[in-house]
Design a protein around this ligand. Structure first.
Ligand code: NOJ
Ligand code: CA
Length: 597
């Protein structure tokens, strides 16, 4: 049985058939053999991206519940984060994106907000928030907050009023289907046990819409009053001095309120049917006019429409909407566990890069709180390969064109965790999927096999600070078990080891900061069909670098394309020595950044 927990993200933007790779030379993929390469063409003119702070920054995604507990209740909190600001600064990142810290009954770990202007008591107080923001700004770090306005919590005052009476002034802040009209046209919900997005509500004999869990009713963006309330909330936080928003599930906000029937509503057509609804861009342009244009902040939309053309509509500067989007196709290809190939990853990242080569901007990421750990998915988390593959993946993130998003713990190479049954999982998606499985008497073995690899809880385990009890995260019992590998895999151990993933991460950030070619330089894929090597050049104003990544646990030899000659010491390398041409003999998961000119 297929586990349906947020895996719809994997189905977003599934490529049509357009393979950029078509026609390129097939390569030999046997370990140790020289692999043929395609010839690098002369780079075309540099992309005309204008300089902006949010393009040059590196974003560190911080999951507050799991970062640092300060009071022993087992839950990470704001004071805990404040106590770790020197660590964040030491990484070299410029911006922190905090997952939601607002008041919430926590049906979906804070993505169900009951008061947009209050801090979740478990996380602390508004004073704690102000101190955190001040501490960050004092260190030159920027703070981006999650804005979750596709839906609120069912415990938000608006919804409580709306559900009490059909004449409530807040009734139209949500979508209702009166029962006298019959059963509403089918809509899919990702987290609902039955995947039914309509929940019957007895007090007003009506159904309300919820694309996520039934405790996350969808807000009605067609209502200008709701939009104005959202803009006020945004101004409240921006006036406190925050530096931007990551906009949750934003591509879903626009709905046709007549709810025309959608034939065959399933998880796989969820994205196609609901993404990018009517008036989405009117709303974004209005939000920009009324709020964003008055502040020098960054905005990033989660999701990017159904394809690159739609994605551009969010970020084309002429349209005055948002700064960047992040798409799901990159993290999604790795979720096709049995068929995933490196060539898929190359094709996807190359396609998205080309789409934004002349205008617009995108986020670069390989993991977040909705995905398993990047090293377990795209690298090799076995002891011999964990560190080199984590370093390689960080090298990739920090040498691509776009703003890199590093998910907390990935700078250490944290891995997927170990769960001993449903009681160990906390995610609403996993738990509701299990309820459904039981109802349907499904195959538990297959279910847990898939869950172990892909559960969102894998990336939500507590941050591994040191080898003391509970990894130094809490003195109490953590809300989600610590990954047992904390005994050897932790920040303290990596600080002491100059060859650790952590030190490599810092070096990679320093190199990116020093060389604008890694931020703005044109990207060109080399040897597209090679199943093991991901190689590309970045070129800006006559300066050119070559990034060579051996995405495999075997040594590989890669022939330098004619005309590309490294000069001087490599800028970055995750092994003590770097191979030299004309055929580069690469160690397993070796990642080298060479300067060409
Ligand atoms: C996307 C968030 O990243 C995810 O964690 C959340 O469950 C859904 N949106 C619903 O808000
Ligand atoms: Ca706490």
């Amino acid at each position: 049985m297929k586990v349906r927990y947020y895996s719809f993200f994997a189905s977003l933007n599934r490529p049509a058939v357009a393979l950029l790779l078509a026609g390129l030379a097939a390569s030999c993929n046997q370990a140790g053999k020289t692999e043929t390469t395609t010839t690098a063409t002369t780079p075309a003119a540099t992309a005309s991206n204008k300089a902006d702070w949010w393009k040059e920054t590196v974003v560190y995604q911080l999951y507050p519940r799991s970062f640092q507990d300060s009071n022993g209740d087992g839950v990470g909190d704001l004071k805990g984060i404040t106590s770790r600001l020197d660590y964040l600064k030491s990484l070299g990142v410029g911006t922190v994106w905090l997952n939601p810290i607002y008041a919430s009954p926590n049906d979906d770990n804070g993505y169900d907000i009951s008061d947009y202007r209050a801090i979740m008591p478990e996380f602390g107080t508004m004073q704690d928030f102000d101190a955190l923001l001040q501490g960050m700004h004092g260190r030159g770090l920027k703070l981006v907050m999650d804005l979750v306005v596709n839906h609120s919590s069912d415990e938000h005052a608006w919804f409580k009023s709306a559900r009490a009476s059909r004449t409530s002034p807040y009734r139209d802040f949500y979508y209702w289907w009166p029962a006298e009209k019959g059963t509403p046209p089918a809509r899919y919900s990702t987290f609902d046990v039955k995947h039914d997005a309509w929940q019957y509500d007895a007090p007003t004999k009506s159904y309300y819409l919820h694309y996520f869990s039934k405790k996350q009713p969808d807000l009605n963006w067609n209502n200008p009053k709701l939009r104005q309330e959202v803009y006020k909330i945004m101004r409240f936080w921006l006036d406190k001095g925050i530096d931007g928003f990551r906009m949750d599930a934003f591509q879903f906000v626009a709905k046709d309120p007549s709810f025309p029937p959608i034939p065959n509503v399933t998880e796989s057509n969820f994205a196609n049917s609901y993404n990018h609804g009517p008036r989405l861009h009117d709303y974004l342009q209005e939000m920009n006019r009324e709020v964003l244009s008055h502040y020098n902040v960054m905005t990033v939309a989660e999701g990017a429409g159904r394809n690159v053309t739609e994605a551009m509509l969010f970020v084309d500067p002429a349209r005055k909407e948002l700064n960047m989007t992040y798409h799901f196709e990159g993290v999604g290809v790795g979720n096709n566990a049995d068929t995933y190939q490196l060539t898929d990853l190359k094709r996807v990242f190359t396609k998205w890069d080309s789409a934004f080569a002349q205008k617009g901007w995108q986020a670069i990421d390989l993991g977040n709180h909705d995905q398993p750990r990047m090293v377990s998915k795209f690298g090799d988390d076995r002891p011999a390969f964990r560190a080199p593959s984590a370093k390689l993946l960080n090298t990739f993130l920090l040498t691509m064109r776009g703003t890199p998003y590093c998910y907390n713990g990935d700078e250490l190479g944290m891995t997927n965790s170990k769960f001993n049954g449903i009681a160990d999982y906390r995610d609403v998606a996993a738990r509701n999927a299990y309820t459904l499985l039981k109802q349907q008497k499904g195959d538990e073995k297959a279910f847990f096999h898939t869950l172990a690899r892909f559960s969102r809880d894998n990336s939500r385990t507590p941050f591994q600070w040191d080898d003391s009890a509970q990894a130094g995260f809490t003195t109490g019992t953590p809300w989600l078990n610590v990954n047992p590998n904390y005994v050897t895999l932790n920040r303290a151990a990596e600080e002491k080891d100059s060859s650790s993933v952590l030190h490599h991460f810092r070096r990679a950030i320093a190199v990116r900061k020093q060389h604008k070619v890694l931020v703005y330089g044109q990207y060109q894929l080399l040897d597209a069909a090679n199943p093991n090597i991901y190689a590309y050049t970045r070129t800006l104003n006559g300066e050119q670098v070559l990034v060579v990544l051996n995405f495999s646990s075997a040594p590989r030899t890669w022939a330098l394309p004619a005309g590309l000659t490294p000069t001087g010491q490599p800028w970055l390398n995750n092994y003590p020595t770097a191979p030299t041409g004309p055929a580069l003999a690469l160690q397993p998961w070796q990642a080298v950044v060479y300067r060409l000119r």
